[in-house]
Design a binder for this molecule. Structure first.
Ligand code: ADP
Ligand code: MG
Length: 470
């Protein structure tokens, strides 16, 4: 006798509905479609791999009971999982559920495989969040450069998974605070919600864990581990570029977590549209929530960051040193911190106070270490000597013709030999604004075009400065 799968399934649903709540029924059983009933095997179609796993994890007992009751003890259940909905050429994947006799064993096995928090083979250990407790909101200085990112991050930390900022993605260059900010969110969530499983992972670590899982046949464990996370912080996703298999599993984990209302926070060195080597379907998901950038901090924010770091260390430095550092180090916050650390080290090793002279000396050493750059002071000194004027006059308001000329040349060379912005260069010349610097550079270039003697002088000066720079 031919029995329609729809009828059979409806019978089962009646039993299931009595066993579980209405909401669970709606969520987990409404989306199921019966496919066929043949040779005592009922095949049902579920929307995704995760759906299938969720059913097995939470409803295997209910399902078994209904099937036995309505179809007899010999009946078996088989799933047809839609692997990729958007692709008609992709035939659905089928996954068989174990025999009814093996049910208890199967459940035991399943218990083993749904909650493995310790998978040493692939470097996964316990419910450890991998967070650095020093990265918190309290010491993350707010400025125009990070206001949106910070406040979105803070909002998400108060209500993980509930705001529309899911995923939340931060992007920006190195040393601008991406890692600090995502970790601050993680620490904040843990403080507020003791039971939430927060996990911080770099994309490199995620990749190497995944490769380990592949080698050790532990993909399922790997996947399950990540699917239990309530708040997933994944740092530097640009490193997933061109790693197709890793992207694929991340895509599935992402979908599962998102579907379950779990929070995902990502960082990257560039906005999604510029991320090369990442699959389009991943990039499009990154754009579902909110994308916020971290920019270079402006001068005021740099001052605030220096003050905050010194305060944290219980140290104080003269204002002029803070200002000098904030003017001089404008590449990123990590570099600013590096300068501060070595300044503190010098002062304590040599038992001297931190003053402007020490700051300049330290900065000179560090910067020539980093990229053999000369500083503006050196350029001013060299130019003043060359034209036989007083170096300090370059920073003053003096309008004597030869001083104006030397000042313009020094600005021109500062632009050429340092990474400072026009604004910062202007500040080094007695607080002049950036339009003055532009004007000076223009004036020098014009004069070189028309005056070959002057041009030769500039060439000579460049040689002098270049010797110092290399
Ligand atoms: P990224 O991950 O973007 O490369 P990090 O988060 O590692 O940058 O930040 C580099 C350093 O600068 C860290 O030590 C961090 O604490 C510090 N930092 C970055 N932004 C801020 C900020 N707004 N306030 C205080 N410290 C900051
Ligand atoms: Mg980082």
């Amino acid at each position: 006798m031919h029995v329609e799968s729809g009828t059979v399934w409806n019978d089962c649903l009646e039993v299931i509905r009595e066993d579980i709540g209405e909401k669970s029924f709606e969520t987990w059983f409404k989306p199921i479609k019966p496919v066929r009933y043949e040779n005592n095997i009922l095949t049902i179609q579920v929307p995704s791999q995760w759906f299938y796993e969720w059913l097995e994890e939470h409803y295997i007992g209910v399902l078994k009971k209904a099937i036995h009751e309505k179809l007899g003890p010999e009946a078996k259940l088989q799933y047809s999982v839609i692997v990729d909905r958007g692709n008609a050429s992709n035939s659905p994947m089928s996954v068989k559920l174990p025999h009814s006799e093996a049910r208890n064993n199967a459940i035991d096995e399943m218990d083993n495989y749904v909650s493995p928090f310790k998978i040493p083979e692939i470097g996964i250990d316990q419910r450890d969040s991998q967070l650095n407790p020093n990265y918190i909101f309290e010491n993350f200085v707010e400025g125009d450069c990070n206001r949106l990112a910070r406040s979105a991050g803070f909002a998400v930390a108060q209500k993980p998974g509930i705001t529309s900022f899911n995923p939340l993605m931060f992007y920006g260059g190195v040393g601008l605070g991406k890692t600090h900010l995502v970790q601050a969110i993680g620490n904040e969530v843990k403080k507020k919600f003791k039971n939430k499983f927060v996990l911080y992972v770099s994309s490199e670590k995620f990749t190497s864990q995944f490769i380990g899982a592949l080698k050790n046949n532990k993909i399922q464990e790997f996947q399950n581990y990540y699917m239990q996370v309530d708040v997933l912080l994944i740092d530097d996703v640009q490193f997933l570029a061109k790693k197709e298999k890793t992207q694929e599993i991340f895509f599935h984990i992402f979908n599962h977590l998102h579907q379950m209302g779990k929070q995902i926070i990502l960082t990257s060195d560039s906005p999604p549209k510029d991320l090369k080597g990442l699959e389009e379907r991943l990039l499009s998901r990154f754009k579902w929530g909110l994308t916020a950038d971290l920019q270079l901090p402006d001068y005021e924010t740099r001052v605030a960051i220096i003050m905050s770091k010194m305060e944290n260390d219980g140290l104080s430095i003269p204002d002029e040193v803070t200002e000098y550092l904030a003017y001089s180090v404008e590449t990123n916050i990590r570099e600013l911190e590096g300068v501060l650390i070595s300044l503190i080290a010098h002062a304590s090793l040599n038992r001297v106070d931190i003053d402007l002279e020490l700051a300049k000396q330290t900065l000179k050493n560090i910067i020539s270490d980093i990229d053999t750059e000369v500083d503006i002071d050196y350029i001013q000194k060299t130019v003043a000597e060359y034209f036989d004027v007083n170096a300090r006059a370059l920073k003053d308001k003096i309008r004597k013709k030869e001083i104006v000329m030397a000042r313009q040349v020094a600005m021109y060379l500062a632009k050429m030999f340092t990474r400072h912005s026009l604004k910062a260069i202007g500040m080094h010349f007695g607080g002049r604004d950036h339009s003055t610097v532009i004007h000076s550079i223009q004036a020098v270039e014009d004069m070189m075009d028309t005056n070959s003697g002057f041009k030769a002088s500039i060439k000579e000066l460049k040689e002098k400065i270049k010797i110092k720079a290399t």
